[in-house]
Design a protein around this ligand. Sequence first.
Ligand SMILES: Cc1ncc(C[n+]2csc(CCOP(=O)(O)OP(=O)(O)O)c2C)c(N)n1
Ligand code: SF4
Ligand SMILES: [Mg+2]
Length: 767
Amino acid sequence: MAIEIGREKGTGTVEQRMVYESGNEMAAYAAHQINYHIMGYFPISPSTEVAQFLDLMKAGGKHDIKLIPADGEHGSAGICYGAAAAGGRVFNATSANGYLYMLEQMPVQSGTRLPMVLNLICRSVSGPLNIHGDHSDLYFALNTGWPILMCRDPQAVYDMNIMAIKLAEDPEVRLPVIVAQDGYFTSHQKRRVMTMAHREDVLKFIGEQPPEYPHVLDRDHPITVGPYMNEPDFINNRYQQSMAMYKAGEVYDRIRKEYAALTGRDYPILDLYRMEDAEVAVFLLNSASEIIKDVVDQLRAQGIKAGSISPNMIRPFPAKEIAEALRNVKAITVGDRADSYGGHGGNMTLEIKAALHTHGVKDIHVISRVYGLGGKDFYAEDGRLMFDLALDAVKKGCVEKPFDYIGVTPGDPDKAPKRVLNPLKYEDLKTGLITVTPDPETGKLNVKVPPIRQLTKKPKRLASGHGACPGCGIFSGLELFFKGIEGDIVALYHTGCAMVVSTGYPYSAHKATYIHNLFQNGAATLSGVVEMFWERKRRGELDKYGLKDDFTFIMITGDGGMDIGMGPSIGAALRNHKMIILEYDNEGYMNTGAQLSYSTPLGHRTSTSNIGTHQVGKAFQHKDTPQIMAATNIPYVFTGAESHPQDLLKKAAKAQWYAQNEGLVYGKILITCPLNWLSEDRDGQTIINKAVDSCFFPLYEVEHGVTTITYDPEEKNKRIPVSEWLKMMGKTRHLNKPEHAEVLRAFEDEVERRWRRLKAKHENPYL
Ligand SMILES: Cc1ncc(C[n+]2csc(CCOP(=O)(O)OP(=O)(O)O)c2C)c(N)n1
Ligand code: SF4
Ligand SMILES: [Mg+2]
């Protein structure tokens, strides 16, 4: 990253260096120059790269920001809040549902006046799931009490990030600040960007250290952060916060002038393009506002007095400046890249109308159009259409349709996709070849499972044609598990590779009923489905559907889903709903670009645990999720692997029995991800086998609290050193090098300790 192009003086007073980078790279670049104390983060596209770039730079010793991978965005916001309360400089980046997941924390931070900088890489908010750029997350930020700086291109991302921390820490402001850029449009597009050549100059501008303010680490001056507060203090407190927000507008104006003197780049509160004598105008935020400038030039060439207006700051909202800029304009089209459903216009439209009214600008038509949702490109033609609407209003003296969407296509009902997959036949799924019966004397389950080849006729629950990478272990692992399940299933998939590659609207590879919910809440969602099933069944409402069998409810989650979704999974387990949680563990957040998960083992390389002179992969040991779930005292917990198919089949059959008769089951299967493990597609089974034989991934079950190892490599004389397994994957090959012997040893010791503990449990039913 940071490809240096050349050193230039620029028009400012500091030495500058040109780089060729994207918006995400520039956010990371600015952060590394600022050398924040702490970044708490959780990956979500398109913001993920910011943490990745910082991790890569950290591995190379280019900064010493402590990067803390949170268990979800709510956690990342919590880390940031605590870190800010402890007096240092704090940074974060997120997008879309990640932002919404941390939303509750945003007013907490602004209300207690603890500065930090959050990069919001704007993306559409689910559902349906869409990871592309629009402003629907940004509009949720409008009421959180954070000043919001806008970035139309990667240059602005760099500059605004430097100005943002100064603004946040200003004694008259002391508020956390959002820096917003457009997901993918800006975050992933490379541009030439001028940067300050020396970190010292950046620090001179923002201040070497954050200003001294009371913080929680000063034992001689204890403080109370966030007390319980009644009226009249509360309203007074809010009033002060409101004043600070308006002050942020003034302070920003001062800071941007100082910055302009230093660098030659100026970001006035409004970016006005040919507005001096404009009669028609278009208002847009961020990247689209650059495109519209070409349209303005074309219209001007035709003698039409057109102009563009776009703010560099939307909180505080520059109401007066906008009203002044529009005083002589006859019509304006306001483009909103997000709707305020039912509000007769997006938020920008509503605020501009209010601004015009407040500041006495009457003779202007305002047209509102929602555009570019979910990453729909904004072209010059769309801009032209916006100007045409304004010109039409001027000509007719009225606005025919004040609010509408542009870029919507009606669709053709005749072309609606037809069902191509027929529902699976119940008789085919209920083979009768698998039986599970409790032994009345021992209370144990007698499980009869035929050899796997006898189950080959049982239909697959997923159609082929999904988009998994070659050699991916997810679907073969899931299908093997499903072979052990008799009858119908209802499956809930967490966000992750299994979900993303199997459903791309209007297609779905799922032959059985499928629900998706974001992975912070899947277990709770499925528990709702389960309970509704039982309740409707009890009321006789499902009789008309001629149910032959009771469904088996299965939640499919990745290991990442068991990080962010751990709380709801434990909640569902403690409530003991009749369902299975099946985790496929590929040791990372693969769907978003192979970031570390808590299940990533020590020293393994991921995109947020890089290898370099200052870092050797993941810094902490892998999570023992089966043991955590076993501690909830659910009836059945198991681990399984495709390398041992009969073992997994048997466990699936047991899981079904428990989920239909007693309560919640949790199971973890280890699966391969050749793409990110940097391993050969064909080696999948061997690698999994070695993970089992090295005792890294022991096969066992915990039934009513009693642990049984179902395959013991030591007894079979098959145990191998952990390093045998590690050398098969590119992501771990470095661990077999002498310079990393210490990390390898720490990992081996942990594997051994867990294995010994498991053996002790196996030998003693009370452990
Ligand atoms: C609230 C929220 N935060 C982050 C994301 C981004 N995200 C989607 S899938 C995923 C990784 C899932 O990892 P895992 O559960 O292990 O599944 P895998 O991709 O490895 O199959 C992440 C971080 C999101 N969709 N929603
Ligand atoms: S990234 Fe890995 S887990 Fe995801 S589909 Fe590809 S191989 Fe499978
Ligand atoms: Mg994963």
